[in-house]
Design a protein around this ligand. Structure first.
Ligand SMILES: [Zn+2]
Length: 294
């Protein structure tokens, strides 16, 4: 595998890793937005699924390597792999291409505990046993997210977190519950946004006047930068709208780099305001220019 693209943010380096492409229902990804509008930039296949990515930024600062989200990993059953069109997961190869061992990752920050973000914290061995994928990393998860994921009685939430016991068991000794804003290392912060899940968090990097934000599932693709474009999964879409508008405005004003959890063409980008319209610039890793958000 080719080494993943990297950007410099002040004194820090950020490698834009991915755990590979997958597919999910387009209607679920765009909530109240009619298919007629979303399918222009996200064509659906015969199962109504659109192609998505599993972007996991790795923030490198001195001896620290901070991985933000972990993708789906290789724990899915054969049937689930078909449903989501995902294979073994690319994250281990992406790390190897950077000459980084799984044991070199010092922190894993999980935006939330849905399977497409936390599945990669474990690796299924040929024996079938699941082991911690990053055996020396401190795994930072919001306490509220952990509580809901482990103990909700609500039918919808239980379904959304049915994989969690299996994923968390092998890393039990590595979990560090956090509450609210947390500075992970100087210049790298986890910040709660809510919206997608009640305790959904994002990661913000600041160094020498430069910024990078991984907006995770409050802006999962470039199309979700627009106010009403939110996932049907969001527990509080109005909160998602407020939070993403706040971060995107700051991103425009201060020339931040931003990355999205699931865009299949844009790994990272800067955002400009062109006469009231958000446009992308300095796009990292897209196959064709994506300048306009229609
Ligand atoms: Zn997601």
């Amino acid at each position: 595998m080719e080494a993943p693209p990297q950007i410099n943010v002040g004194a820090l380096t950020i490698a834009l890793l991915t755990d590979g492409f997958w597919r999910n229902d387009g209607g679920c990804m765009f909530g109240v937005v009619p298919r007629e509008l979303w399918q222009r930039n996200h064509p659906a296949d015969e199962h109504n699924r659109i192609r998505l990515n599993l972007t996991c930024p790795l923030i490198i600062k001195g001896k620290d390597a901070i991985l933000v989200d972990t993708g789906i990993g290789n724990r899915l059953s054969a049937v689930e792999r078909q449903i989501f069109a995902h294979g073994e997961g690319w994250l281990p190869d992406a790390l190897a291409a950077l000459k980084i061992e799984p044991g070199d990752v010092t922190y894993v920050v999980l935006s939330h505990l849905h399977f497409d973000h936390c599945g990669g914290i474990v690796r299924r061995r040929p024996s079938g046993r699941l082991e911690a994928a990053f055996p020396r990393a401190r795994h930072l998860i919001q306490r509220g997210e952990l509580e809901v994921a482990r103990g909700s009685r609500n039918e919808r939430l239980r379904a959304a977190y049915r994989h969690v016991a299996e994923c968390l068991e092998p890393i039990a000794g590595l979990i560090e519950p956090i509450v609210g804003t947390r500075e992970i290392v100087p210049g790298v912060k986890a910040l709660v946004t809510g919206g997608h899940t009640t305790d959904h968090q994002i990661v913000l990097v600041q160094s020498n006047g430069q910024h990078f934000a991984h907006l995770a599932d409050i802006v999962p693709t470039r199309s979700h930068m627009k106010g009403p474009w939110n996932q049907a999964y969001d527990l509080d879409p109005l909160r998602t709208m407020e939070e993403k508008a706040g971060y995107l405005n700051r991103a425009i004003e201060q020339r931040w780099w931003v990355s999205f959890a699931h865009d299949d063409r844009v790994l990272a980008t800067r955002v400009n305001n062109d006469r009231g319209k958000m446009v992308l610039s300095d796009i990292v890793d897209c196959r064709e220019p994506v300048a306009e958000i229609e």
